[in-house]
Ligand binder design. Structure first.
Ligand code: TXE
Length: 502
């Protein structure tokens, strides 16, 4: 067994999991029944584990287990108690930060220091939504009849969540916490490439008091396991985080059974730098926007729009900065950028760079790379316009396309000239301009003299090919509940005084 496979086994033991990857169904760790799936360490490119696809039958059992547990959670557990249990989960996750972060770093190839931050954010998510559990209520509406009319915010029932490989435990917390705070049961399917930290999170939650069966984890492929859960009759809503192509497929499958969806998809966000910006800050911000996480972030600042007066200077600053970024083993505390998370994505990113060269890009990059692993160096593509494939396609790697602009109007036109609408940023000393840009650029999240700040208390989502619906903040409470309007006839006013629904 390789050193990394041994480390994988040690972490499985530390996380109280079995020897191989298993789904959690009705509180029980279960072996899948389908085709084998290989987990590969993206740094050493060696096999960590092989496990069977969960399969459609177990997916159905998970949906049924969630439906059963949800009734007890929503009706048999007070809202205050639900909040207490969620606080206990947060405390239990805090006691497991290190093995969770290590497992994430090992399998997803993310630098360990980023993984620690992401686990800390999961703790924050459970605490934030624990606070909401007993504060979500309806309202009394002064209808013009003698009725007492009030609304209840009811849980949906069972929700199915599908998550990708780029931020597995973060995305799991991001979706599970608001869903259970509002009284839902959950079936979640992490990417088949990075399932373990989601399983570990739910196991830790169950050990901390989460009712068994309330949250079920399916470890398996999308077209088999994922498709079966999407179509299961107990599932009332599907929440998908991933690529636009798969998101469309999932939404179509859900729509056939008239199930609503939330889609959190990709982006091609414009990071816009004006000539009056603090260039040192903007250069650092631009690097963080596209190079952190090896660019495998839906909000990555993948189009760098720079005013022509500072275009050359800013690109030189970024190119100099690239050389001091530490690439290396994700398990090393000092590593700032790890490898690309998997072989398929590596082929996509390197193919996109080659394609850009074919389109005439001037490629600014660094030459030294670690000897093993799916590494792509921080890269800036210059000399292309916004119509190029590199500027229009989500690369999902540490690759920004730099495009010069003349004035505010042109910057806005370029920023909005994509099929996406997820995020954007402006760097400027002019507050008026900052506000004009935040209003004009199509994005669900917009930063001024900053990039990538997000928090569980603030809404997140996009439009067009970036999807629809919102995660986090109070908006997620709305996504995971539906309002019921209740009419009580007090007998004060004749019914005919009011229009009835026929
Ligand atoms: O994602 P997919 P992949 C982008 C990125 C990347 C591309 C492909 O550009 O190059 O997506 O990545 C599940 N029914 N992003 O292939 O296919 C699948 O198992 C139900 C952007 O990993 O979108 C996984 O759990 N589920 C993104 C999830 O969908 C299905 C983050 C996402 O897989 C399914 C990741 C089906 N029929 C990749 N088919 C972002 N912007 O955050 C697949 N799945």
């Amino acid at each position: 067994m390789s050193e990394r496979a041994t480390l994988f086994q040690t972490l499985m033991t530390d996380l109280n999991l079995g020897k191989t990857v298993q789904s959690i169904i009705g509180g029980v760790l279960c072996d899948g029944t389908g085709d084998p799936i290989t987990l590969e360490d993206p740094y050493t490119q060696t096999t960590l584990a092989v496990y069977p696809d969960c399969g459609a039958d177990l997916a159905a059992q998970a949906c049924e287990a969630a439906a059963l547990a949800q009734v007890g959670w929503a009706k048999g557990t007070s809202a205050a108690r639900r909040g207490e249990i969620m606080q206990d989960i947060a405390t239990a996750v805090k006691a497991h930060v290190e093995p969770l972060a290590k497992m994430e770093a090992l399998i997803a190839g993310k630098p360990i220091r980023d993984c620690r931050v992401e686990v800390a954010k999961v703790i924050e998510m459970f605490r934030y939504y624990a606070g909401w559990a007993d504060k979500l209520h309806g309202e009394v509406i002064p209808v013009p009849s003698g009725h007492l009319n009030y609304t209840l915010r009811e849980p949906l029932g069972v929700v199915f969540q599908i998550t990708p490989w780029n931020a597995p435990i973060f995305t799991a917390g991001w979706q599970i916490a608001p869903a259970i705070a509002t009284g839902n049961g959950v079936v979640i399917k992490p990417s088949e490439l990075t399932p373990v930290t989601t399983v570990a999170l739910v196991k830790i939650a169950e050990d901390a008091g989460l009712p068994k069966g309330l949250v079920n984890v399916l470890c398996g492929f999308g077209p088999t396991t994922g498709q079966a859960a999407t179509q299961h009759k107990a599932v009332r809503k599907v929440i998908f985080v991933g690529s636009p192509e798969t998101g469309r497929r999932v939404a179509v499958a859900a729509a056939q059974a008239l199930k609503p969806t939330v889609l959190e998809l990709g982006g091609k966000s414009a990071n816009i730098v004006f000539g009056d910006a603090n260039l040192k800050h903007a250069a650092l911000g631009a690097q963080a926007a596209i190079f952190s996480g090896a660019g495998q972030s839906c909000v990555a600042g993948s189009r760098l729009l720079v005013h022509k007066s500072v275009h050359a200077e800013l690109l030189d600053m970024i190119a100099t900065g690239m050389n001091s970024i530490k690439l290396g083993d994700p398990m090393d505390d000092t590593t700032e950028i790890g490898p690309i998370s998997n072989a398929r994505q590596f082929a996509h990113v390197t193919g996109m760079i080659k394609g850009a060269q074919g389109e005439g890009a001037n490629v600014r990059t660094r030459s030294e790379l670690p000897n093993t692993g799916f590494f792509v160096p921080p890269t800036i593509l210059a000399g292309l316009n916004n119509a190029s494939t590199a500027a229009q396609t989500e690369i999902f790697g540490p690759v920004a396309t730099a495009i010069p602009f003349e004035d505010e109007e042109e910057a806005i036109a370029i920023a909005n000239d994509t099929n996406f609408g997820l995020a954007g940023a402006v760097w400027t000393a002019d507050l008026g301009r900052a506000h004009r840009m935040s209003s004009a650029v199509r994005a669900g999240t917009f930063w001024i003299n900053s990039y990538k700040a997000i928090h569980v208390s603030s809404p997140f989502g996009g439009s067009l090919n970036s999807g629809f619906g919102r995660s986090s903040g109070t908006d997620a409470l709305m996504e995971y509940t539906s309002p019921k309007s209740v009419w009580l006839d007090s007998g004060v006013t004749p019914k005919i005084a009011f229009g009835y629904v026929s």
